[in-house]
Design a protein around this ligand. Structure first.
Ligand code: GDP
Ligand code: MG
Length: 297
């Protein structure tokens, strides 16, 4: 038996480019991305099978130290259990950036003793490339990394080399998923995530931090998929922000989402969006569970 298969966690602080890296490694948009930290809230598998190799990537919410509400505690639990449950960890940092958050993650890795590949992202942004080498040297002394790769997830720089190295670390064993599986998530879930991405991108700073999306109906009829999703917010004053003047904001969110959904599902969709209020959902463990934030172990 020569087949290799294993789990690879992509970890790092919010906004370093984890979801972008996953999408570019897969060659397909699966995980939502944005400039805003904490876009990724769920653990998401991205499965890539090529010949004898199957890599099961695990995209995680960013690790951070703020534990003040139930949502943040959930995000941290999800991200840190991913470290221990995988065969290889890819830790993503940003070129020339070493913050308290990196220091915190280093502590978690030291405890776990897992094999770690360090990927130094966003090298396309560097004005002065001569600073990169000393940065890499310094970081190499902080942990016995298997390897270090300067990359640009956005521009696909050095991703092939990174992936070749990842494959070498996977255990020799039969594949876990079918050859054409790309994720463990349902289409309903992926649709809700796409809507959330468009909200984050359309509303920018106006976006209520505490907002979540749930797909309620998902039905194929007459060659069209009928979808209706609910956008949950915490206060009724936030409804207006999302809907916008004469419904303009919600309309553009819907249009952008529908484009991506059509592409993902490979067929035409009819998408309806509703905005509803559920008070204080993000600080109630019970409401979190109802809305799908369950611990995934
Ligand atoms: P995550 O929170 O770690 O999942 O980060 P995202 O993948 O959502 O990316 C955060 C932001 O960084 C987005 O605006 C991305 O377009 C941007 N980004 C990701 N990778 C790169 C890169 O290699 N170069 C540049 N310039 N931007 C990047
Ligand atoms: Mg992400």
């Amino acid at each position: 038996m020569n087949t290799r298969c294993g789990y690879v966690a992509i970890i790092g602080r919010p906004n370093v480019g984890k979801s972008t890296l996953l999408n570019h490694l897969l060659g397909q948009k699966l995980s939502i991305t944005s400039r805003k930290p904490q876009t990724t809230r769920h653990r998401l598998l991205g499965i890539k099978t090529e010949g004898e190799n199957q890599i099961v990537y695990v995209d995680t919410p960013g690790l951070h130290q703020d534990r003040h509400n139930a949502m943040n505690r959930y995000l941290n639990r999800t991200a840190s259990t991913s470290i221990d449950d995988v065969d290889v960890v890819v830790w993503l940092v940003e070129a020339l950036q070493w913050t308290d958050q990196e220091q915190h993650i280093l502590g978690l890795l030291e405890k776990s003793q897992q094999p770690v590949i360090l990927a130094v992202n966003k090298i396309d942004k560097l004005q002065d490339k001569s600073k990169l080498l000393p940065f890499l040297d310094k970081i190499a002394q902080r942990y016995p990394f298997i390897d270090i790769f300067p990359i640009s997830a956005l521009r696909n720089t050095n991703l092939q080399a990174l992936e070749t190295n990842i494959i070498k670390r996977l255990p020799t064993q039969p594949h876990i998923f079918a050859e054409d599986d790309i994720t463990d998530r349902s289409e309903r879930f992926l649709v809700a995530e796409i809507v959330r991405e468009k909200l984050v991108r359309t509303l920018g700073a106006e976006l209520p931090y505490r907002l979540t999306v749930q797909t309620e109906h998902f039905k194929q009829e007459d060659g069209l998929i009928h979808i209706s999703s609910v956008i949950w917010v915490e206060k009724s004053s936030q409804k207006g922000i999302i809907i916008g003047k004469q419904g303009q904001k919600l309309k553009s969110v819907g249009e952008a989402a529908r484009k991506d959904i059509n592409e993902l599902l490979g067929c035409k969709t009819y998408l309806q969006l509703w905005v509803k209020v559920k008070e204080n959902w993000s600080n109630s463990e019970e409401a979190l569970q109802q809305l799908g934030y369950k611990d995934e172990l």
